[in-house]
Design a protein around this ligand. Structure first.
Ligand SMILES: *[C@@H]1O[C@H](CO)[C@@H](O)[C@H](O)[C@H]1NC(C)=O
Ligand SMILES: *[C@@H]1O[C@H](CO)[C@@H](O)[C@H](O)[C@H]1NC(C)=O
Ligand SMILES: *[C@@H]1O[C@H](CO)[C@@H](O)[C@H](O)[C@H]1NC(C)=O
Ligand SMILES: [Cu+2]
Length: 305
């Protein structure tokens, strides 16, 4: 019957649909915040909502900062220097994250001049606070733990200056990265308000897009499946905030702190910034805009998992 081949090709599509994903939850010192399913806004979150579970392709994409058509989020979640932030990923079908090859990297950027719910991420100046590649066996990637359903935890810098920051936690899926433009980028942005009395600022920063090139060794990687091959992380080295001198770290993460989080900050609208008005208010309505079909967009590049 003619329909059988159509049926089989539908079946063949299922892995493609399940093959993509998004940041589904962030837990800051144990306090969990759900992310909305891409293109399906339901409730306030500190995780910026993307509109498509498929990856950003091409290192020069404008979506490299916070993901596909990322919309500013309403919540700015409280955090502190040294907070542990656990990131959980899901597939577009709310099953486990589908990939196991490639790095996890985490960046931060101050929401300069405004609060993070109003901040335009294309102006962000990012510094890297964490990167995870292969396990010590030289062939298994830390990302495989995400595929097994684990979260990945990052410690915020011990001496970071108080204020609003975006945390850009990113997975790069490299299962097709032995060919040009095969890498799949899954950036995410979470809005946090850091308290405490830290004094640390980054020595240098990068932009997204800008920090990566499609021919970087960790993005176009012909040795990606070679056991024992050394992986070269793309982007800048870890910031001085994590690798450098932090001898003036705050004495207590609970210290007096009039400028930062209120007790109910998990859903609080942040206080107005002390600085000039913001350029353009974000549209939370854009959370709901965009084509639903795109969420399950077929992904012809995605020949294998
Ligand atoms: C964010 O900044 C970029 C580059 O300056 C600009 O093209 C874009 O329109 C801005 N977005 C908003 C919502 O203001
Ligand atoms: C990986 O790097 C280590 C340390 O520099 C080196 O000893 C090893 O030979 C490298 N492995 C490969 C496959 O290049
Ligand atoms: C600096 O930060 C590291 C990593 O969090 C920490 O282990 C170390 O104790 C800190 N050093 C000082 C002097 O505070
Ligand atoms: Cu995928």
């Amino acid at each position: 019957m003619k329909t059988s081949s159509a049926y089989l090709s539908l079946l063949a599509l299922v892995p493609y649909v399940a093959g993509h994903g998004y940041l589904s939850q962030v837990a800051i010192d144990g306090q969990a915040y759900q992310g909305n399913v891409p293109n399906n806004y339901k409730a306030p979150s500190p995780i910026r909502l993307i509109d498509d579970v498929s990856p950003v392709k091409g290192a020069t994409s404008g979506f490299m900062s916070c993901g596909q058509n990322a919309a500013n989020a309403e919540v700015v979640a409280p955090a502190n220097p040294g907070s542990s932030v656990a990131f959980s990923w899901a597939s577009g079908l709310s099953t486990n994250w589908p990939h196991n090859t490639g790095p996890l990297m985490t960046y931060m950027a101050a929401c300069t001049g405004t609060t993070c719910d109003q901040f335009n991420a294309s102006q962000a100046q990012w510094f890297k606070i964490d990167e995870a590649g292969k396990e010590s066996d030289g062939s298994t990637w830390v990302q495989a733990n995400i595929q097994q359903g684990q979260s990945y935890t990052v410690t915020l810098p011990q001496n970071i200056m108080p204020g609003d920051y975006l945390i850009r936690h990113e997975i790069i899926a490299l299962q097709l990265a032995n060919a040009p433009l095969g890498a799949e980028f899954y950036p995410s942005c979470t809005q946090v308000r850091i308290g405490g009395t830290g004094t640390g600022t980054p020595d240098s920063t990068v932009s997204f897009p800008g920090a990566y090139s499609d021919t970087d060794p960790g993005i176009l990687d012909p040795t990606v499946y070679n056991p024992g091959s050394n992986y070269t992380f793309p982007g800048p080295p870890l910031s001085n905030l994590v690798s450098g001198d932090n001898s003036t770290a705050p004495a207590s993460s609970q210290g007096p702190d009039s400028a930062s989080s209120s007790p109910a900050a998990s859903t609080a609208v942040p206080p107005p910034p002390a600085t000039s008005p913001v350029a353009a208010p974000s549209s939370t309505g854009s959370c709901k805009s965009g084509s639903k079909k795109r969420m399950f967009k077929r992904h012809v590049m995605h020949a294998s998992h």
